[in-house]
Design a protein around this ligand. Structure first.
Ligand SMILES: *Cc1c(COP(=O)(O)O)cnc(C)c1O
Length: 403
């Protein structure tokens, strides 16, 4: 077993996390299905002219059209809200749709975003390449220097966007501190909780106004579907819902049905991901062929104490920095046998990724260096295979790639 701290009772939703994830369902139809059926329908029929009018006027609840709502999507959103302890939410076609909607729905021309420097590559592209076209500016702040954040807030700063732990650097941000700062300044705090999932970390509890997810990753956990979600404060989710309803990044009923089933096993999967990841990180820490090993629950992680306070376990991602830089990293990638070489993460299958040449190749070398992405850095999404087999594959690839 992992050495995760006991979940404190304040953290635990009622009923327990696992039970909510399994027992939150849309009501069954007269057929009394045990598994929730797939509502593969683009629209819904009205019973009367009056009902149609009232549904469109938001006077009564009910489905109209699957771009607005669908029973499978509603079930997924309801589950995720309960697991995150959030008031309301929406689902989107991908994680990036969720990130984009959370930003675009809340911002207007002239507004400013304060973001942490280590962010998912496409989030950086939205902030750097797309938003300036619409008059929205951004500033990046370093996670390692929280004392600099208050001075980076401008009179027009409307939103703070952070990722913790970050992809791929596994940098952490103190959400309790940041939640307080955002509240004092009246700024919306949006947290990308993709790496932790609500099983390990609940940003709403620390004052996040919105939490965004790439459901593609650990929430699905089996590398099958794209998906995203935004959950949080009711009034802000209403803005996101309006934006999404009229711009159309809706999640498909099929993907929602898959993802809702996936959430039923999130807790058991994350326990094993975290256990395997911690064992792998401990095994390779101090290895002669490595410059460093990064994992939030290793004592050597610069924000280890914060990780222990904020997360119940360290997550499923381990970062190895190989000796020998770029060429060594390339030989390592070509030497792995069991693990997949792919850009995804959060799958049952262990996956190796080289951010310098793939996910973060669009950044300049200086930008990569500032977020700790050196040429020898390999991100391992530790899967659910027997951990000894994963360790053996890393070991043999280190040997095979050496000189
Ligand atoms: C993958 C990822 C995203 C984007 O999600 P997609 O489902 O691929 O669109 C956003 N944030 C983080 C931290 C991610 O890892």
């Amino acid at each position: 077993m992992s050495d995760a701290p006991e979940r404190d009772s304040e953290r635990e939703p009622e009923p327990a996390f696992e039970t909510l994830a399994i027992r939150t369902q849309v009501p069954t139809s007269p057929e009394r299905e045990h598994a929730v059926p797939l509502y593969l329908t683009s629209s819904f029929v009205f019973e009367s002219a009056e009902q149609a009018r009232a549904l469109f006027a938001d006077e009564i609840p009910g489905n109209i059209y699957s771009r607005y709502s669908n029973p499978n999507v509603d079930e997924l959103v309801e589950k995720l809200c309960r697991l995150e302890g959030a008031e309301d939410g929406i689902a989107t076609a991908s994680g990036m749709a969720a990130v984009f909607v959370s930003l675009a729905a809340l911002l207007a021309s002239g507004d400013h975003v304060l973001a942490c420097r280590s962010l998912f590559g496409s989030t950086i592209q939205i902030l750097n390449r797309l938003f300036p076209r619409w008059g929205i500016s951004s500033t990046y702040a370093d996670t390692g220097a929280p004392e600099t954040w208050p001075s980076l807030i401008q009179p027009n700063t409307k939103l703070i966007f952070v990722e913790t732990p970050s992809n791929p650097g596994l940098d952490m941000i103190d959400l309790e501190w940041l939640g307080r700062l955002a509240r004092e300044r009246g700024i919306a705090l949006v947290v990308d909780n993709c790496f932790a999932t609500p099983y390990l970390q609940r940003p709403v509890r620390y004052g996040a106004d919105l939490v965004v997810h790439s459901a593609t990753k650990f929430l699905d956990g089996q590398g099958r579907t794209l998906g995203g979600a935004i959950v949080g404060r009711k009034d802000l989710v209403a803005e996101c819902r309006f934006f999404a309803r009229h711009t159309g990044p809706a999640m498909s009923a099929f993907n929602a049905w898959v993802l809702s089933k996936s959430l039923e096993t999130l807790a058991v999967r994350m326990d094993r991901h975290c256990d395997n990841a911690l064992r792998l990180a401990r095994h390779f820490e101090g290895h002669a062929e490595l410059e460093s090993v990064r994992y939030p629950f290793l004592e050597s992680h610069p924000q280890h104490a914060l990780a222990r306070r904020q997360m119940t376990q360290g997550g499923g991602i381990v970062v190895l920095v190989l000796k020998g830089g770029l060429e060594r990293a390339r030989r390592f990638l070509d030497s792995v046998k069991l693990m997949s070489h792919s850009p995804n993460l959060g799958d049952t299958r262990s996956i190796v990724t080289h951010p310098t040449s793939t996910t973060h190749s669009k950044l300049t070398e200086e930008e990569r260096r500032r977020v700790g992405i050196v040429p020898g850095l390999i991100r391992i999404s530790v899967g659910l295979e027997r951990v000894d087999d994963i360790i053996a594959d890393v070991e043999q690839a280190l040997v095979a790639s050496g000189t």
